[in-house]
Design a protein around this ligand. Structure first.
Ligand SMILES: CC(C)(COP(=O)(O)OP(=O)(O)OC[C@H]1O[C@@H](n2cnc3c(N)ncnc32)[C@H](O)[C@@H]1OP(=O)(O)O)[C@@H](O)C(=O)NCCC(=O)NCCS
Length: 154
């Protein structure tokens, strides 16, 4: 049975330096090849980076990190704590990110996802992304990447 999370329990805020250890703990649980601390710190140091944390009852349970260019954004990371996945929270996080990207006049969101990451590919398809390319052996372990694009309706 799917858990229904009451919207009242959910909040959003930007990622700040003091949140990085909490985010890193989720990152290490959720990915086989997680980002390291330096990568999060580096992202924060870039003015083109847009970050959103999703909190459940005040506790960080997920995050999104996007890099803006003129009219498009690369979604670099989108992650929900494994304990909280498949409850609609990733979709709410993505919606919040898109709302913020609209304010910067961003038209599209592009990302790459591992071919084997069935849950994420299904998630992105459900949230309106379309496959635009395949990059062979994109990842260090030789896995292909699927390149997906989302058009933002203004
Ligand atoms: C991808 C991710 C962010 C989705 O967040 P989420 O909160 O679980 O997703 P939601 O509950 O909002 O969306 C549900 C949809 O996502 C897909 N999905 C999510 N979890 C899934 C799972 N375990 N197995 C299959 N599909 C899954 C399904 O399409 C699902 O739709 P359904 O409810 O009709 O089956 C989350 O699974 C995650 O953090 N994964 C690990 C990190 C990762 O791979 N990030 C993407 C890198 S490109």
């Amino acid at each position: 049975m799917k858990l229904i999370i009451k919207p009242i329990n959910i909040s959003f805020k930007p990622l700040e330096k003091q949140d990085i250890d909490d985010v890193l703990a989720i990152e290490c649980l959720a990915y086989s090849a997680p980002w390291n601390k330096a990568k999060f710190v580096g992202s924060l140091g870039n003015k083109q980076t847009l970050t959103v944390l999703i909190l459940l009852k005040g506790k960080i349970i997920g995050y999104a990190i996007a890099l803006r260019s003129i009219d498009s954004a690369d979604l670099l990371n989108l992650c929900i704590h494994p304990k909280n996945q498949h409850q609609g929270l990733g979709s709410q996080l993505f919606l919040n990110l898109v709302t913020q990207l609209k304010e910067f006049d961003i038209d599209s969101v592009i990302l790459e996802v591992r071919q084997s990451n069935k849950a994420a590919r299904s998630f992105y398809q459900k949230n309106g992304f379309e496959l635009i390319d395949t990059r062979k052996k994109y990842y260090a372990d030789g896995e292909d990447a699927k390149i997906l694009c989302f058009q933002i309706n203004k």
